[in-house]
Design a protein around this ligand. Structure first.
Ligand code: GL2
Length: 842
């Protein structure tokens, strides 16, 4: 099968009837790419290798070849990139500025080949030169500039914005080290630095000539300006430079290439010189390292705030660079900044970039001479805030002491924003000082600190959650006071995933089957998958569908064998749980199910012939400082090992935990899965996006009524989804009554057996102490109520077994999952952002 079905037409998925209306191309400099033929491609490749890298083909290494291949492919995107930029410059309209501290991009080569439809040509060209195309593609180290769902979401969104030709730019940080590479030693996670730039970086374009200066520290002072007005200004103590690195964001075969601009920190000359001149060479070099540390490494915490000074420096660094870049470089010269909202809406991806709000005020007032009132008037139209969590402890707060030390001028501005805001609150709710305290941007206890979510809510045009349930809980439970004051500020945009990467690239065989069945074009109009529904009962189609799933499983088996030395059985239900390791996601509940199944078989409680063979796959990184998460990883690995060595069960169950789950592995795993595990405690997973990727690739979900699971179940239908567990109100009620996990342990024999077996040391070489941290936590704390949901989970798993035995029924459900999940395209998410937040009609 080729890369793309023969003729996928250029689809017009552009956004019409808004200020985002794509502009017509105008005469620009005549840019053309290399010839779109096998010979043309081979020649361009050799030019790269010989004349850019200075290497002869005969003498070249695989790395040389990979780099030349990457540069050749990007050469084909260049003309579209320049044209897109020029078109936007010629006809400026309102843009979307996506501000995100994370972009979990995944490999770039496959996506670029897909966007340009050059897969076949590139492959043939490499073959004609005697090179192994797939080997070269496998050289790419994915840029892991994000932790998990939030970072991958940003990558999906910019893909959709390009594919829909929405004028937009992504802004973020070019971390020198992305998310760590995970390895296991004796079953325990060991983190290795992710040197993703070590082979060279063919997908990025540095522009040191366009560096931007960012200030830190110092003090503020009052002064009288030329017009006799009293004003304040910042006297910073030190500064760094932000160097922009540009990345292409190609739309799907539509001639559009947008830009992702990531900032890298470098010491300024001024900074250097001062110290060099003092004669202390070693100190000068140390200072340089200090400055460059700002973009050195991604904080590997996911869904928990990282209250470190360097982290705040990172946040301010990229936001200051981005706003300055937009106002000084992207906007037309002499643009009237009181109308800034006609040119930009900045979407704040969580609280990480929220310091942009006072920074905008500072820029407008201190650098562009605006009065407070005018600056506030426009600032509050230029930002919108997306909240990605429900755990109150996961909301970022920055100590006033730190903020004052690092960003004194911003602290002043925040105080004034807060004063005026609290006046509004007092006016709306006279005499309600408790409410004033709850809503204040400044918290007083346990220490004075700036609540970034409150600041974003005060200033943002809209605040949105990321799935229907989450947006409801965000409004009614997390920020109810704000909802009472501004009910219309709150809205929902359910997350989505890009079908280009997560179906077209990840699951080529399914893509071909879909295109053969309903024709091309579904990749940019995913609701068209509905046209597959009638085929859920078509014998020929369902047979092909099963074959595709089996082929994906076979491919996964061979990948895990080569990559990890894991040998999986050929025929078994593939039951997959991949996501960050978090207690709220409840990997331990999955583990209890596995132990329970093992116990049932080994104790003879079930007949072997009644067992549906399963292969369980985990993929999960734990934050390096998250003790319990790391203990859970160890325990999963221990159970996996014991099961693999126990001949009583090896024909019926296997547990695989390949290390270093990342976007690249996700693309191999998800298409192979039969069962998708989405088992967080109801009310804790804001949305989830892996759940969407599985459904779109024909896995059935076993899940709680949480996050986007709720919408998945509504769409695919109850009969094609395995629901279990307490509903969110039941969780809240149980918490209020007082939850005692041990009572569930005492009263449920199956649960007791599973926990006792885990605790016994059976899986940990006889050493009970090795299982104790996890077991004791479950018995005496169990913050996320795994024991309370255990029986319901086990029952649902029994329903899964029964359903899986019915091969036709299962396939039918799997097909319907694909056909009914088109809603979860990130193109739809972008349309919702446009309609509800960026360009509302009213
Ligand atoms: C998350 C949520 O936990 C997750 O449920 C959601 O799908 C994503 C994207 O909206 O955001 N929030 C968060 O802080 N991280 C997430 O993945 N890291």
């Amino acid at each position: 099968a080729g890369w793309l079905a023969d003729e996928t037409p250029r689809l017009d998925s552009s956004v019409k009837g808004s200020a985002f209306e794509p502009t017509s191309p105008r005469a620009t400099e005549p840019v053309v790419g290399p010839e779109r033929t096998v010979d043309g491609f081979a020649k361009a490749f050799l030019d790269e290798l010989n004349f850019e890298a200075g290497v002869a083909l005969k003498r070249s290494t695989t790395t040389d070849q990979y780099l030349a291949l990457a540069r050749t492919i990007r050469g084909y995107l260049m003309a579209d990139w320049l044209r897109t930029a020029e078109r936007r410059r010629q006809n400026p309209t309102k843009m979307v500025g996506y501000l995100s501290a994370e972009y979990l991009l995944g490999r770039q080569m496959g996506n670029s080949l897909l966007a340009t439809d050059l897969g076949d040509i590139a492959e043939q060209a490499m073959t004609s030169l005697g090179l192994d195309f797939n080997l070269l593609r496998a050289q790419e180290i994915e840029p892991g500039l994000g932790n998990g769902g939030l970072g991958r979401l940003a990558a999906c969104f910019i893909d959709s914005l390009a594919s829909m030709d929405v004028p937009s730019i992504g802004y973020g940080i070019r971390y020198e080290y992305g998310i760590f590479r995970q390895t296991f030693e004796e079953g325990r996670q060991v983190e290795v630095p992710d040197a993703w730039l070590s082979l060279g970086a063919p997908w990025e374009f540095p522009h040191p000539d366009r560096a931007v200066q960012v200030n830190f520290g110092g003090t503020t002072e009052q002064y009288i300006d030329g017009d006799g007005r009293t004003r304040r200004r910042w006297l910073p103590a030190w500064n760094v430079q932000g160097i922009p690195y540009h990345y292409m964001v190609p739309g799907y075969q539509n001639g559009v290439v947008n830009t992702l601009r990531l900032w890298s920190a470098r010491a300024t000359q001024e900074f250097d010189l001062k110290i060099f001149n003092s004669g202390d060479y070693a100190e000068a070099v140390r200072a340089q390292t200090f400055a460059e540390n700002i973009s050195k490494v991604l904080y590997p915490e996911d869904s928990t705030p990282q209250g470190r000074e360097l982290r705040l420096q990172q946040q301010y660094f990229f936001v200051a660079c981005s706003l300055k870049d937009f106002i000084d470089r992207t906007l037309e010269e002499d643009f009237d900044l009181t109308r800034l909202d006609e040119r930009i809406i900045f979407q704040l991806n969580d609280t990480h970039p929220v310091i942009a709000i006072p920074e905008m005020m500072r820029l407008l007032m201190d650098e562009h001479d605006m009065e407070w009132a005018a600056a506030w008037e426009v600032t509050r139209k230029c930002f919108a805030y997306t909240c990605h969590t429900l755990l109150p402890e996961a909301l970022e707060v920055w100590p006033v002491e730190l903020m004052t030390r690092l960003l004194p001028r911003h602290m002043e501005i925040i105080y004034r924003i807060n004063e005026e805001f609290l006046d509004t609150v007092r006016e709306a709710f006279p005499g309600d000082e408790l409410r004033v305290r709850r809503m204040s941007v400044i918290q007083e206890h346990p220490e004075r600190a700036v609540r970034m979510a409150n600041l974003a809510t005060v200033a943002g045009v809209k605040v949105n959650g990321v799935a229907a349930l989450h947006s409801e809980l965000l409004r009614d439970k997390l920020l109810p006071d704000f909802a009472a004051l501004w009910p219309n500020k709150f809205t929902n945009v359910t997350n989505g995933v890009t079908p280009r990467r997560f179906i077209r690239l990840a699951n080529q065989q399914l893509s071909t089957l879909i295109t053969d069945t309903i024709g091309p074009g579904w990749e940019t109009d995913l609701e068209r998958l509905r046209e597959l529904e009638p085929y859920a009962d078509d014998a020929a189609f369902t047979e092909s569908f099963r074959q595709v799933k089996q082929a994906n499983k076979d491919r996964l088996r061979s990948i895990l064998s080569q990559r990890d030395g894991i040998e999986l059985p050929e025929h078994a239900m593939l039951d997959v749980m991949v996501k960050r390791l978090h207690e709220y996601k409840r990997q331990t509940l999955k583990l209890l199910h596995i132990v329970s199944m093992y116990d049932d078989i080994t104790s003879g409680r079930v007949r072997r012939e009644d067992v549906v063979p399963r292969t369980f796959v985990f993929g999960a990184k734990a934050a390096p400082g998250y003790f319990m998460a790391k203990e859970i990883i160890f325990l999963i690995n221990s159970v996996a090992k014991t099961i693999a060595q126990d001949p009583r069960v090896t024909d019926l169950m296997a547990v695989a935990f390949p290390a270093n789950y990342n976007v690249t592995l996700a693309n191999k795993l998800i298409p192979a899965a039969d069962l998708s595990e989405q088992i967080s405690l109801a009310g804790k997973e804001a949305s989830g996006t892996g759940n969407m990727k599985f459904a779109l690739n024909g896995a059935l979900t076993i899940g709680t009524d949480d996050g986007a699971n709720v919408e998945i179940r509504e769409l695919v239908g109850d009969e094609n989804f395995f629901l279990f567990g307490m509903l969110e109100p039941e969780v809240a009620a149980l918490a209020d009554r007082g939850y005692t996990p041990s009572s569930f342990y005492e009263s449920n024999p199956a649960l007791k057996r599973a926990i006792d077996l885990l605790a016994s040391g059976h899986f940990t070489g006889g050493d009970r102490s090795l299982a104790a941290p996890v077991v004791d936590d479950l018995l005496y704390k169990d913050r996320f109520m795994a024991l309370a949901d255990f029986q319901s989970y086990l029952d649902a798993q029994a329903r899964v077994d029964a359903a899986y035995r019915d091969v036709d029924g299962w396939t039918r459900s799997a097909v319907l999952n694909v056909a009914r999940s088109g809603f979860f395209s990130s193109d739809r998410s972008m349309r919702d952002y446009l309609d509800r937040i960026w360009m509302p009609k009213s």
